[in-house]
Structure formats: structure tokens, C-alpha cells
Design a protein around this ligand. Structure first.
Ligand code: ZN
Ligand code: ZN
Ligand code: FE
Length: 754
């Protein structure tokens, strides 16, 4: 008995070759009907027997394309209206304001790499792509995802591409960015002397020569420009640092393949899987053999990635280099450049070669960063290959706009039952970055047909995101909810794992505006989705000079010693030598008089103080430098701890006693750093055990940027697991302030519902 089945598939099913896949599945089964793309998903109608229908639905999930993700499949049985002659692909249709997912950008696939050698019209064509790979989010202007809605709209397909585009049996059937040597985008090289060329082979050989000679190349990539140099050439790295005005922060390195990467770095199977996945993020890996001086001074880890564009493969092949520094094309703290003219005027005079292409970037995306902690991938920076993949919730979020934090800013939209998180944006205090934030916000609203009806932002009155929220609330006359920073941190983890019960939340970060006007950052909460109670925190110490203290770890060293020992503060001799007695005295005076010295419980500042006392870092040249260096210097295989006050596990006195004593006894700094991590982890474990008992709770949530510290996190989660305390730590969203918008949205969704 043949019925008609209306099948509605939601999830990441557009722009990933889903319709041709459905077509092949249906025709292989000799079913009649059709498939079409709608803005709320993919719709399939088949005329089939019940058992054929079951096989078909099963086939949808078992044979789907790699990148596709099926969220829901709903099947509605209807009597056959009129028999259909065959199975076909119907034109896209707009249904309503429900939109379906947009695919993140996908690294070039193996089949396309093969086509670069064998397909006559695509021999070495660097913009090759197919339904399984290529640009997506970075080129989309509007939904539905069709060529006119992308920055490929200006390129007219040649007859050959058009034939593939319309042939349902072809891997490029409806591949929106389809292009070839005859009709697609191309690279364009500029030199300082005015020489230009669009000849790809010449561009490649010139780039290869410059890189081999230690020069710096600016190359337009997928989500923005990159600056590239030979990772094994110290001089080249120095020059690149000069150009970027980035003197110390480690650079990411691209390797041609996994075997070469494994020569320099240790890599676990899961890390290998992530680094070579279609998302191709940067993965933080341990260095086995030094790559080049100046890449990651003071670090044991390197951010490593593999090629994701055809030009990357070609560049390695032509240059025969084994490792390339691949960093964002920008200067200082500005966002990555995407516009050809702006990049040309900014970078041409700085670099040795400038190479752009004529496919516009609609959405700027940086390389994403992931590390593996506790056998799970933990994303640190979420952008290319991930954005705009949503997070699904069990309840409605429609109309909520969460504006996030400030330093690592990202915003989030509530759509249906999903949270759509923006790409990584950066520090809003930088004007260019703030403009990027505004532009991205406008684009997301347009792209996802989103009108804010409910706003949520941080409680910090001075954040640019808070200021914007206030303006938007005025302009649209809509409600605004303000959420405490660390509550948002905890809620972000709860959102990722769908937690609704009360939890113990351990929120450790650099700064967050506290309810008492102090700067929080070492917080233990009892909380759920709607409320929180601060049940413990690191002891308050003065933050001498306010925000300036975060740039100068040595000020925190003074602050801690003064707070703990008062006038008996006994600074290490080397510390006094480096900073000078009068500088130290100045800070002491500031603290004594209470001038511009708010109180803080920040964990980041505790790391700062220790790093400076040990002579590791007195001034941060980039965010959280001292914190990172203290982790990196710590030695493995040391298990001892400084004594912990069991009545008051967060008391820091014996920690500082121990550090100062060891330092005077000339215990190696690497060992002290290790003992510091052990002690902090043990302190946290103690307070967690205490609170789990007194609050009668069983679930612990860990959040805040400090959990990017792999050493501390590994120590703590191992202990929690040993004691059978269940913990949650974010994996698909960052634990740093990039998570704040997600947490804000989660809290607002409940308020809105209630
Ligand atoms: Zn492909
Ligand atoms: Zn073509
Ligand atoms: Fe934070």
C-alpha cells in the first residue's frame, strides 16, 4: 500500500550537498517524489510503502554527508494526491521567518584536491570547491543559501560549471560557490615597485621565493588576510612581529601535513582528529622539537594547523618549507583585514608581497583555536569552521539578543530554540573592533531575520556592550536584563549541557563586575538558571591603579604582600632590584591611601602576583601573558603542595609563605610554579568538597578564562573524578568571556518564559 510521506528535516542541511544526497538515496530506492530547500530546512515528499519509508528515513541519517547535521526528522503520512512520474529536485521556496542553519566554512576536501590534478578546467584552480567543501558563512549575505545571496553572485558561471551545477549526479550540483579557471575568482599580486600580476603560477613561485628568503607575504584567505613567513627563520619572524606590532604573543604555525607536524609536536589521536577535521582549527600542542626562535618564547605549546585552502597546499609544495607562521593580517589589536583596498593601503608597504583575490568576504572569520583537556576538545576561540553553528536548547529563545562582555566579545541571538553565537570579535575598547562588532550584529540580524524583542547584557556599567544595550533598549522600547558576569559564566556551561538544577559553580577569571562594586573573579556560587548566591570567593586584595593593575603583574605582587604581611612585607631581593624601591613604595602608598584601588577577588590577578614575584613576568604585553607564562614554566612530575587551611581553604597566607620561602631557598622557579598550581587546585578541591556537602548538591560547573589553563584544569578535574563529583566544563563554547553572551541568553530565556 503506497502512501505519500511529507518529511521535514531540520539541522545543518543546507549548503552541504544534502539535496543531491536525498535525490540519490530516493532514486536508488526507485521512489517517486521530490526534495526542496526551504528556509526552515529541507522538505522531502516520497510516495512509498511504509517499509520503504522506514528504510528511506534510516538512510537519511546513516548515509548523510559528513558535514551535515540532522536535528529533527518529522514524517507526516498523507494519502497519495496524484502519482508522480519520478523523483526530482524542486526550486527553493521561502516559507516563513524560520530560517535553517548556515554551514560554517569547510576546508577543501580530498576529492577537490584530486580534481586539481585531473579536471581539465580546474587544473590547479585555487578556488575549487564542491557541495562538501569550500566557503560558506564567510561569503553569505542573505538566506536562503543560493548563489545570488553570496559574494559569488558577481561571477557568471561558464557553460561547463553551469552543466555541473545543474547535474544532480555531479558533486557540484548546486555548489553555490562553484567556479573554475574560466569563470571564477582569481588571485592578484602587488609589489612595492608597482609590479602586478594575476598569473597564479607566477604568484605562487614569487610567494615561495619570498618565503624561502625570509620575507613576509600578505595573502587574502577565507575569512580575512593572513601574514605569512617561514616558521624556521628567526629574522623573518622578527620582521613579522615588527609589522604586526606584536612582540611576544605566540604565533600559530601551519604544517603541510600530519607527519611533518608530528615531527615537531606531540599529538594524541583525538588532537589529530581535530586538527585534520573539516573545521581545521588551530590546535594547541606540546612542542617536541623547537620550530623556530621567536614563535612561542616561554611556551611549551604551539598553536598548530593544517592547510585548509588549495593555495596553502600549493604554497608548501612550491616552497618546500616545513612550517609557516600563519597569522591574522592586521596591525596591533585591530580586527583581521578583509577589504582589498584597506589591506593594500595598510600592508603593501610593510610586506614583501601582497596577494589579494576578488571574491569578497562578507563575514570576517579568524582561525578558531581548540585544545584538548580531560579527553575533550575545548574551544578557546570560536570562529572559522564553527560559526554560525547554533547551540540547541529545550526551550524558546526567540527574540533575545545577548550582547556579551567586552574584552573577548561575542554576541548571541535567540532563534526558535537555538542560541546563535557570533564569531569571535575581540576587545571592544579598540574602536575598529567595536565597529566590527556593530557590523557583525547588523549582519546577523539581517541574515537570521532577527528583530530583538528582549535584551540582555552584563552588569558592568562601563562595558561598551552595556552602553549599546542601553541605547538599543531605548530605541526599540524593549526590556533589558542585566546579568552578573560570573552568573553568566556559570549559565553558559549550564546552557551547553542543558543543566537546569542547582549547581556549585566555580568561576575563575580576570575581571567581572561584582554586586558590591568590587571586581570579582575567584567566585564560588550556588546557582541555577535564575538566581545565584555567592558562597565563597578568593580573599579581596586592592587592585592598585584599577585597570592598570591588570597590565602590571608586579603591582599585584605588591598588593598581595602588603595585604598579607602589612608593613612586614618582605619582597624578594631580585624583585626590588627589578622594580626599584621607590616604585614599590608608590604602589604601597596608593594602597594605604585607597586612591584608585578597588578591591578584587580575581584569580587572574593572583597568577599575576605569583608570576611577578618569581620574576617570570612583571608587565603584560598581551592579555593574560603572566598567567600563561606561569603555566608554561611549571614543571611536570611534582606533586607537593603548600599547606592549606582546612577551615578556610581559600586563605592565601600559607601559599605566599611557601612561595617566598622556596624562592629564597633558590628552589627552581619551574618547581615553585608547579607547586603553586598544585596548591591552587587543592584549595579549590577543598572548597568544592566543603560546599557540595553543606549545600547538599552533587553537580559542579567550572567556568571562566582561568580554565584555559590546562595544568590547573587537569589537576582539578582528575581530583573531582576521583571523588565521584560530577563536573561540567564547556567544550563547544569557550570558557572565557566569549561564553558570556550564551550565559546571558540562557538566563534571559528562563526569565522571558517565566
Ligand atoms: Zn570539495
Ligand atoms: Zn567555470
Ligand atoms: Fe569573565
Amino acid at each position: 500500500m503506497i502512501s505519500q510521506y511529507n518529511i521535514h528535516i531540520k539541522g545543518l542541511v543546507q549548503g552541504v550537498g544534502f539535496r543531491p544526497f536525498v535525490y540519490r538515496l530516493a532514486t536508488d530506492m526507485h521512489l517517486h517524489g521530490y526534495v526542496d530547500n526551504r528556509n526552515d530546512g529541507v522538505f522531502v515528499m516520497i510516495q512509498a510503502t511504509p517499509s520503504q519509508k522506514d528504510d528511506f528515513v534510516k538512510g537519511l541519517t546513516t548515509h548523510k554527508p559528513d558535514v551535515a547535521e540532522i536535528e529533527t526528522v518529522t514524517v507526516l503520512e498523507k494519502p497519495v494526491s496524484k502519482p508522480l512520474p519520478d523523483f526530482f529536485i524542486a526550486p527553493s521556496r521561502e516559507v516563513d521567518n524560520h530560517i535553517t542553519r548556515i554551514s560554517p566554512d569547510i576546508a577543501v576536501c580530498d576529492e577537490c584536491l584530486q580534481d586539481l590534478i585531473s579536471q581539465p578546467h580546474r587544473i590547479r584552480y585555487p578556488f575549487i570547491n564542491c557541495t562538501h567543501c569550500g566557503p560558506r558563512f564567510s561569503i553569505i549575505n542573505a538566506l536562503p543559501y543560493d548563489r545570488p545571496g553570496t559574494t559569488m553572485s558577481v561571477f557568471r558561471m561558464c557553460p561547463e560549471c553551469e552543466a555541473e551545477y545543474t547535474d544532480v549526479r555531479d558533486r557540484r550540483f548546486h555548489a553555490q560557490p562553484i567556479a573554475c579557471n574560466h569563470c571564477g575568482p582569481h588571485y592578484h599580486l602587488f609589489m612595492k615597485n608597482g609590479y602586478e600580476t594575476v598569473d597564479y603560477e607566477e604568484i605562487l613561485s614569487r610567494m615561495a621565493a619570498v618565503l624561502r628568503q625570509g620575507g613576509v607575504v600578505a595573502l587574502k584567505g577565507l575569512g580575512g588576510f593572513n601574514l605569512i613567513c617561514n616558521a624556521e627563520n628567526e629574522k623573518a619572524i622578527c620582521r613579522l612581529r615588527e609589522i604586526k606590532k606584536r612582540y611576544k604573543k605566540p604565533f600559530a604555525v601551519m604544517f603541510p601535513d600530519v607527519p611533518t607536524l608530528s615531527h615537531y609536536l606531540n599529538i594524541l589521536p583525538l588532537e589529530k582528529e581535530i586538527v585534520s577535521s573539516w573545521r581545521r582549527p588551530i590546535v594547541l600542542l606540546e612542542e617536541k622539537q623547537k620550530i623556530g626562535t621567536g614563535i612561542n618564547d616561554g611556551y611549551k605549546t604551539v598553536g598548530a594547523m593544517l592547510p585548509y585552502l588549495p593555495v596553502h597546499y600549493h604554497l608548501f609544495a612550491s616552497s618546500e618549507l616545513k612550517a609557516l607562521v600563519m597569522t591574522s593580517g592586521n596591525r596591533g589589536d585591530n580586527p583581521i583585514l578583509t577589504d582589498n583596498d584597506a589591506a593594500l593601503s595598510d600592508l603593501l608597504r610593510e610586506v614583501d608581497l601582497f596577494v589579494e583575490h576578488n571574491r569578497d568576504i562578507s563575514n570576517r572569520v579568524d582561525d578558531s583555536i581548540v585544545q584538548v583537556v580531560g579527553e575533550q576538545p575545548r574551544i578557546i576561540r570560536r570562529s572559522r569552521g564553527f560559526t554560525p553553528e547554533p547551540l540547541s536548547l529545550k526551550f524558546d529563545t526567540e527574540g533575545i539578543l545577548a550582547l556579551g562582555a567586552e574584552r573577548v566579545s561575542m554576541f548571541a541571538l535567540g532563534k526558535d530554540k537555538e542560541i546563535i553565537l557570533s564569531q569571535y570579535i575581540g576587545d571592544l575598547k579598540n574602536r575598529e573592533t567595536y565597529l566590527f562588532y556593530r557590523e557583525a550584529l547588523d549582519k546577523f540580524c539581517l541574515l537570521f531575520r532577527f528583530t530583538p524583542r528582549y535584551l540582555v547584557c552584563d552588569a558592568h556599567p562601563d562595558y561598551f556592550s552595556t552602553q549599546l544595550a542601553l541605547q538599543l533598549a531605548q530605541r526599540f522600547q524593549i526590556p533589558l536584563l542585566r546579568v552578573q558576569h560570573h552568573h553568566a559564566h556559570a549559565a553558559a556551561v549550564m546552557a551547553e549541557y542543558g543543566l537546569t538544577e542547582d549547581v556549585i559553580a566555580v568561576c575563575l577569571d580576570g575581571t567581572g563586575y561584582g554586586d558590591d562594586g568590587c571586581i570579582w573573579g575567584g567566585e564560588i556560587f550556588r546557582c541555577n538558571q535564575s538566581e545565584y548566591r555567592r558562597i565563597a570567593h578568593l580573599p579581596y586584595v586592592p587592585l592598585p591603579g584599577g585597570d592598570a593593575a591588570a597590565k602590571s603583574p608586579w603591582r599585584m605582587a605588591v598588593s598581595y604582600l602588603k595585604s598579607i604581611y602589612g608593613s612586614k612585607a618582605d619582597y624578594p631581593e631580585t624583585f626590588i632590584e627589578r622594580l626599584g624601591e621607590s616604585h614599590i613604595r608608590q604602589i604601597e602608598m596608593l594602597i594605604e591611601k585607597g586612591v584608585n584601588t578597588p578591591l578584587t577577588s580575581s584569580t587572574g590577578r593572583l597568577f599575576d602576583a605569583v608570576a611577578s614575584l618569581l620574576g617570570i613576568c612583571d608587565e603584560n604585553t598581551y592579555q593574560a601573558e603572566a598567567v600563561a607564562l606561569l603555566e608554561q614554566i611549571a614543571e611536570n612530575g611534582i606533586s607537593r603542595c603548600y599547606p592549606i587551611n582546612s577551615d578556610n581553604p581559600l586563605d592565601l597566607r600559607s601559599l605566599f609563605d611557601g612561595i617566598l620561602k622556596d624562592y629564597r631557598l633558590s628552589v627552581p622557579v619551574s618547581e615553585i610554579a608547579s607547586v603553586f598550581h598544585n596548591t591552587l587546585s587543592a584549595m579549590l578541591l577543598n572548597i568544592i568538597i566543603q560546599k557540595v556537602k553543606t549545600e547538599r548538591l552533587t553537580t559542579v560547573v567550572l567556568s571562566g578564562g582561568v580554565f584555559q589553563n590546562k595544568r590547573l584544569t587537569n589537576l582539578l578535574i582528575k581530583q573531582l573524578a576521583n571523588r565521584k563529583i560530577s563536573y561540567y566544563l564547556s567544550s563547544r563554547i569557550p570558557c572565557n568571556d566569549g561564553a558570556i553572551a550564551v550565559g546571558q541568553l540562557y538566563i534571559a530565556a528562563l526569565k522571558k518564559r517565566g
